[in-house]
Design a protein around this ligand. Structure first.
Ligand SMILES: Nc1ncnc2c1ncn2[C@@H]1O[C@H](COP(=O)(O)OP(=O)(O)OP(=O)(O)O)[C@@H](O)[C@H]1O
Length: 234
């Protein structure tokens, strides 16, 4: 039997963990220039992300923010350097291990936080639980998460019936459903007006209070200001 969650932190599935959840050491990312000069978007980039803190990657469009996020989430490989999750190097893991660890550790919200149109907000949040047949077990948690992001009354709505800010909140709830310890978010406020952008900022900040580490790429000065640390990409 699944016990009723007591606290907000329990609701989002956080368990105590003292190893640094995410560390990037000496990351260089170089893309093939397609016949021209190779494009270096990061060089010898270091980042240590503590539990319960938010780090912002700021910088102009094309400066390499998304490239760092996908490397941090183990979705792409850097040209050189090492990524550590909870102190373990991805270099020492097989592709399957990386996938399994990612599912347990990282929640990734890409630009726009794409949702599946034909599914309700609740079904979208539960999608990551499908492969492990955890949908039933996670349903209460999904409802709690939608409550926490202010969508408790909209969980049966489909994406087309939600605003951009609401869809972004569903995407964040979905990224937290497997008990994520690191939330990686790409431009979460980009297409939102100030009021809705501020709601997202509040949700991300609350997430850090629950002990989750947040890595976010943004141009939004308000979001940059509330982060615990920041890197300006050039
Ligand atoms: N797979 C790839 N192959 C070649 N070039 C790439 C690849 N991915 C990204 N780039 C290039 O690398 C640069 C950095 O891209 P990236 O998406 O990381 O920047 P960004 O700072 O997130 O930009 P934005 O703010 O517009 O999202 C861009 O010039 C992009 O065209």
């Amino acid at each position: 039997m699944i016990e009723e969650p007591q606290t907000r932190a329990e609701k989002i599935g956080r368990t105590a963990d003292h190893a640094m959840p995410l560390e990037l050491r000496g990351i260089t990312i170089r893309y093939d220039g397609g016949g021209g000069e190779p494009l270096v978007v990061a060089e010898d980039f270091d980042l240590g992300l503590e539990a319960g803190t938010m780090h912002c990657l700021a910088g102009r469009s094309g400066s390499g923010k998304t490239s760092i996020l996908t490397v941090a989430a183990g979705l792409t490989l850097p040209t050189s350097g090492e990524v550590f999750w909870q102190g373990d190097s991805l270099d020492a893991m097989s592709d399957d291990e990386i996938s399994d660890r990612r599912r347990a550790l990282i929640g990734y919200v890409d630009q726009g936080g794409a949702l599946i149109d034909g599914m309700s907000a609740l079904e979208n949040v539960l999608l990551p639980a499908v492969p492990d047949k955890q949908v039933e077990a996670r349903t209460e948690m999904a409802k709690d998460l939608l409550d926490l992001v202010g969508l408790g009354r909209r969980m049966r709505h489909r994406p087309a019936q939600l605003s951009g800010g609401e869809r972004q909140r569903v995407a964040i709830a979905r990224a937290l459903i497997l008990g994520t310890k690191v939330l990686v978010v790409d431009e979460p406020t980009a297409s939102l007006d100030r009021e809705h952008a501020n709601q997202i900022i509040g949700i991300l900040k609350d997430t850090t209070k629950d002990g989750i580490a947040v890595l976010v790429a943004t141009h939004d000065q308000e979001l940059i200001n509330v982060a615990d640390s920041r890197t300006l990409m050039n």
